[in-house]
Design a protein around this ligand. Structure first.
Ligand SMILES: [Zn+2]
Length: 295
């Protein structure tokens, strides 16, 4: 059984999900959301007739706080936390993660993410590329899929892939929209990771932002194009004052979503799930790192 849980992040529906798996009697989560949503998550698990305390496994696509912020709580209650080897140390000692999040979110930090604690080393299990974790009769395969983050994993179960952020966000049947937050966006790696998803040729994708959809290869191709377009846009506009740049980027994204017939409410949900200002910060960093010539 796979159940999509709406974490009702910031009181907005269909922005951040996690997925409850029941394999025989064993309970697992793919993603666990931020600690600020833990109360919602616990009550949703209850509605499914289960207790959050009984979750034995948490599979993280990556360690960003909207996906993994509450992992420590599950570990404290005995769950194993499966993560990319590059994410392991940050879960055990989250100081660096907290400091860099503070730089971006400032005073909103607590309201957005809630509390963050380090996880006991014995509870953090690094998972290699293509490695399979077996829970009863079910195999859960890791695909290392960097690009959005260098510590990103997509989890494969049968004909479904849980894509975290690598396949972008898809909300209310809108298009795939990437999130490009700092610090380690890598567009070339990201494109390669999307090729890996294509090779897998799944039947369904489960998006953390938000929910289950049939896999369509052309949507992935469109996402690869969107990533390139965004990078070109930021390259063109990079010299403007940051506040103006962020405003202009918001307008650019909203306009492009509108042209794809996305309604206003859905656009708002996309912006909560993937704040445009974050993508500006992340893409500007790509340009600085790559030392792109000024066009
Ligand atoms: Zn995310």
């Amino acid at each position: 059984m796979i159940k999509t849980i709406d974490l009702n992040f910031q009181g907005i529906k269909s922005t951040v999900a996690c997925f409850l798996l029941k394999i025989n009697k064993e309970l697992a989560l793919i993603e666990c959301g931020p600690e600020s949503c833990l109360k919602n998550l616990k009550s949703e698990i209850k509605k499914n007739g289960e207790n959050a305390e009984n979750i034995k496994h948490v599979f993280l696509t990556h360690i960003h706080l909207d996906h993994a912020g509450a992992a420590w709580w599950f570990a404290k209650n005995g769950a194993n936390i499966y993560v990319h080897p590059f994410g392991k140390s940050h879960l055990i000692n989250p100081e660096k993660l907290i400091a860099s999040a503070k730089m971006i979110y400032g005073k909103s930090m607590n309201e957005l993410w809630g509390s963050i604690e380090g996880i006991d080393e014995n509870k953090v299990i690094p998972v290699n590329d293509k490695e399979k974790i077996k829970i009863n009769h079910i195999e859960i395969k890791a695909l290392h899929t960097p690009g959005h983050a260098k510590h990103h994993i997509s989890w494969v179960i049968g004909d479904s892939v849980f894509t975290g952020d690598v396949a972008g966000a898809k909300i209310n049947n809108g298009p795939l929209v990437p999130a490009c937050p700092p610090p380690d966006i890598n567009v070339e790696e990201w494109e390669k990771s999307l090729e890996i998803i294509k090779e897998e040729n799944p039947k369904f994708l489960y998006f953390t932002h938000f929910g289950k959809f049939s896999y369509k290869e052309n949507e992935i191709i469109n996402l690869q194009n969107t990533l390139k377009e965004w990078l070109i846009w930021v390259k063109k506009n990079r010299d403007q004052n940051e506040t103006i740049l962020i405003e202009k980027f918001k307008v650019y994204i909203k306009k492009s979503l509108k042209s794809k017939l996305v309604d206003d409410q859905t656009i708002e949900q996309y912006c909560i799930a993937n704040p445009p200002y974050m993508s500006i910060l992340g893409l500007k960093r790509v340009l600085i790192k790559k030392n792109y010539d000024k066009a």
